[in-house]
Design a protein around this ligand. Structure first.
Ligand SMILES: NC(=O)c1ccc[n+]([C@@H]2O[C@H](COP(=O)([O-])OP(=O)(O)OC[C@H]3O[C@@H](n4cnc5c(N)ncnc54)[C@H](O)[C@@H]3O)[C@@H](O)[C@H]2O)c1
Length: 226
């Protein structure tokens, strides 16, 4: 018998933005903890290598090229989660873009639409799709949204990105409020967590280690994870 501590054995985790620094670390930590992995990124070049690392840990893994800014791609991802894994226990919304560093007066509509679609709209509709699967499967789950300290305080030169992350923080509160109520009603509370990263990711604290379902699904207090 393995002496590894694997609290996520039998769980399935979906990680977006898996090709990036925090996404990759999240995938590897979740797999180490025993979770099977479905992962995606818009840029897929590094995903097969990452999948091989996950397989070496003895976990099932699938990956897909997904543009989180395109709703059709997001819906296909939900379908893949349903068909390939019969659902998801842990969703980590990690993919994001921050394509512009400069004065707010230079922001234009194209920049706004790009950032909001990838950082907010995509994660919102993916969360809904995965939450519906969790409810359908009558299984409790975790949705973890990687926000930013920029969403909590004014971050000069990153206005649109910071606004999108502020939106994600409130999205987390709203989903926790509504889905928590639904979850409690069916006795399978969905849990939502908010991870705020400043310069150093605090991954282990946010890897979906299940809490006591009896504690409902309040979003973590913003500001406690920086
Ligand atoms: N690194 C930090 O210091 C820091 C600070 C605050 C918040 N964050 C947040 O942490 C998360 C991960 O950051 P990171 O440092 O790993 O960034 P990263 O740029 O290394 O990774 C982001 C990943 O998202 C992917 N991506 C970009 N657009 C996409 C799209 N349209 N569809 C799907 N995937 C897409 C990229 O290809 C990349 O692999 C982000 O949400 C970011 O906002 C990071």
């Amino acid at each position: 018998m393995s002496d590894k501590y694997q609290p996520l054995l039998g769980k399935v985790a979906l990680v977006t933005g898996a090709g990036g620094g925090i996404g990759k670390a999240t995938v590897l930590n979740l797999a180490e903890a025993g979770a099977d992995i479905l992962m995606c990124d818009k840029k897929t070049d590094s995903l097969q290598g990452l999948a091989d690392e996950v397989k070496k840990k003895g976990r099932k893994v699938e990956w897909t090229g997904t543009d989180m800014g395109v709703l059709e791609d997001v819906n296909k991802l939900v379908e893949k989660a349903k068909a390939g894994f019969a659902g998801v226990d842990i969703l980590v919304n990690c993919a994001a873009v921050s394509p512009f560093f400069g004065p707010v007066l230079q922001a234009d509509e194209k920049l706004w639409d790009k950032i909001m679609s990838v950082n907010l709209k995509g994660p919102f509709f993916l969360s809904l799709g995965i939450a519906r699967l969790m409810i359908e499967n009558k299984k409790p789950g975790n949705i973890i949204n990687i926000a930013s300290a920029g969403g909590m305080r004014p971050d000069p030169m990153l206005a649109v990105y910071a606004i999108s992350k502020a939106g994600m923080i409130h999205m987390t509160r709203m989903l926790a409020t509504e889905l928590g109520a639904y979850g409690r009603r069916i006795r399978h509370p969905l849990q939502l967590h908010l991870a705020l990263f400043h310069t150093h990711p605090l991954l282990p604290a946010h890897l979906g280690i299940p809490r006591d379902p009896g504690h409902g699904s309040q979003a973590d207090t913003p500001g406690t994870h920086r």
